[in-house]
Write a protein that binds this ligand. Structure first.
Ligand code: SF4
Ligand code: SF4
Ligand code: SF4
Length: 163
């Protein structure tokens, strides 16, 4: 499903600039298994892409640092039952109105970075092509996040219909 994010009134009132509070997790981690995370940091140190960190409730994926390659190293090194065998990510991404295209500036960095070709550029009359993120094709890897010069791409929970 193509998705463009808009900033809600609630987020504006809270001073948030995007669909922010949602915390993406690494492959295999869900909110139930996360309860067993001791915050030891073993997975954080072992991730070859450096895309893991620790939040107050456990391990977190940090797409702003790069792409998760689904290598499985984090699951291998964790000694607690935090990583399940369901390696699909429970999040996807949306593109907010901070996208440079919304200001009339041509940019295709996210489209070029996506290994799944999940972002297409929609032609428009009177403006640069618009990036459309197709959540049905998005794996949640996060490769598109760091290359975005406008910090316009944010993780959101994947709806059951898209899972
Ligand atoms: S699957 Fe690999 S790249 Fe992804 S978070 Fe785990 S260790 Fe890092
Ligand atoms: S998260 Fe990965 S698969 Fe999804 S749109 Fe971004 S680069 Fe493509
Ligand atoms: S990389 Fe960012 S600014 Fe560029 S088209 Fe994609 S969402 Fe817009």
């Amino acid at each position: 499903m193509p998705a463009q994010a808009s900033i809600s009134r609630r987020q504006l009132l809270k001073g948030s600039t995007g669909p922010a509070e949602f915390r993406p997790r690494p492959p295999g981690v869900n909110l139930v298994s996360l309860r067993d995370c001791t915050r030891c940091g073993d997975c954080v140190s072992a991730c070859p892409e450096g895309v893991l960190g620790l939040s107050d409730d456990g391990v977190i994926l940090l797409p702003v640092r790069g792409e998760c390659t689904f290598c499985g190293t984090c699951a291998e090194v964790c000694e607690a039952p935090v990583f399940t065998t369901d390696f699909r990510l429970s999040h996807t991404f949306v593109i907010s109105n901070a996208c440079l295209v919304q200001a009339g500036i041509t940019c295709m960095s996210c489209r070029d970075a996506c290994p799944e070709e999940a972002i297409s550029m929609q032609p428009r009359i009177g403006g640069p092509f618009l990036p459309i993120l197709h959540q049905s094709a998005c794996t949640g890897c996060g490769a598109c996040v760091a290359p975005c010069p406008a910090d316009a791409i944010h993780a959101v929970r994947k709806e059951p219909a898209d899972a």
